[in-house]
Design a protein around this ligand. Structure first.
Ligand code: DGL
Length: 262
């Protein structure tokens, strides 16, 4: 039973940033990852549409015998995880923007957040921001267009840099000292962000915290894989195979990437 895989889904390649943290922390675990790139970006869809796509992905992971589901997408978590938890018995781990640690550590009391429209307009994001960022100014920007560029593998193109400059400017004008990456695609932009941000502005995301939470839930449920083996990792995309292959190459052994129409 414990050899059953961890199921992970995202609107595309972004959630592989979470998968990397999970496989690093839990190297014995088998994983199945769904990249729903055909339907990206989720961030521009309605909450009902995001719930529908999250249900489709969850059902496919359950058909593949997954013991836990990691919603490796802030947009799907903030819009759909409450529904998913009410509809299925399997444990779910989600990801939300790391507002709390940024707010706790900010000296300038001003924190920037880059996330999708779907995340920034969700009720769950609003309650987190309200509960954990008292006395902090949050400068929000929708990263409109970034997910599409990252899905094409454009991590440092002129178009990507120009969009980022546009999004960062109002945050820097306000004096942020933390930038919260509220979308699992954005950790792939860290090298270019580090170039664009002044020294002293820290970048923070929730990837490691999600891996730790996944481990804690598995431990508590007696679901950890104790086989003394290295995990196997199966990836499915419903779009361009080569893009996903590039994102997961050279991380670990036993990685297989396939096309699937889902
Ligand atoms: N990786 C998703 C997230 O964390 C991107 C959402 C999208 O497809 O717009 O929000």
């Amino acid at each position: 039973m414990n050899e059953r895989p961890i199921g992970i889904f995202d609107s595309g390649v972004g959630g592989t940033s979470i998968w990397k943290e999970i496989q690093h922390l839990l190297p014995k675990e088998n994983c199945i990852y769904l990249a729903d790139s055909k339907n990206a970006p989720y961030g521009e869809k309605t909450a009902d549409e995001i719930i529908g796509l999250s249900v489709k992905n969850t059902e496919l992971l359950l058909e593949n015998n997954c013991k836990i589901i990691v919603v490796a997408c802030n947009t799907a978590t903030t819009n759909a995880i409450n529904y998913l938890r009410s509809a299925y018995d399997v444990p779910f781990v989600g990801i939300e923007p790391a507002i709390k640690p940024a707010a706790l550590n900010s000296k300038s009391k001003t924190v920037g957040i880059l996330a999708t429209k779907g995340t920034l307009t969700s009720a769950l994001f609003h309650s987190t921001a309200q509960n954990h960022a008292e006395g902090i100014e949050i400068v929000e920007r929708e990263g409109k267009g970034l997910v599409e560029l990252i899905e094409k593998g454009e991590l440092d193109s002129e178009a990507t840099v120009s969009l980022l400059k546009q999004f960062l400017e109002p945050m820097l004008d306000k004096g942020i000292d933390y930038l919260v990456l509220g979308c699992t695609h954005y950790p792939y932009l860290v090298p270019v962000l580090q170039r664009l941000l002044p020294e002293g502005v820290k970048i923070i995301d929730s990837g490691e915290a999600v891996a730790r939470q996944t481990k804690a839930v598995l431990e508590k449920g007696g679901l950890l894989n104790n086989m003394a083996l290295k995990g196997k990792h199966r990836f499915f995309t419903n779009a361009e195979l080569s893009v996903l292959q590039r994102f997961v190459a050279n991380i670990t052994d036993h990685v297989q990437v396939d096309y699937l129409d889902f």
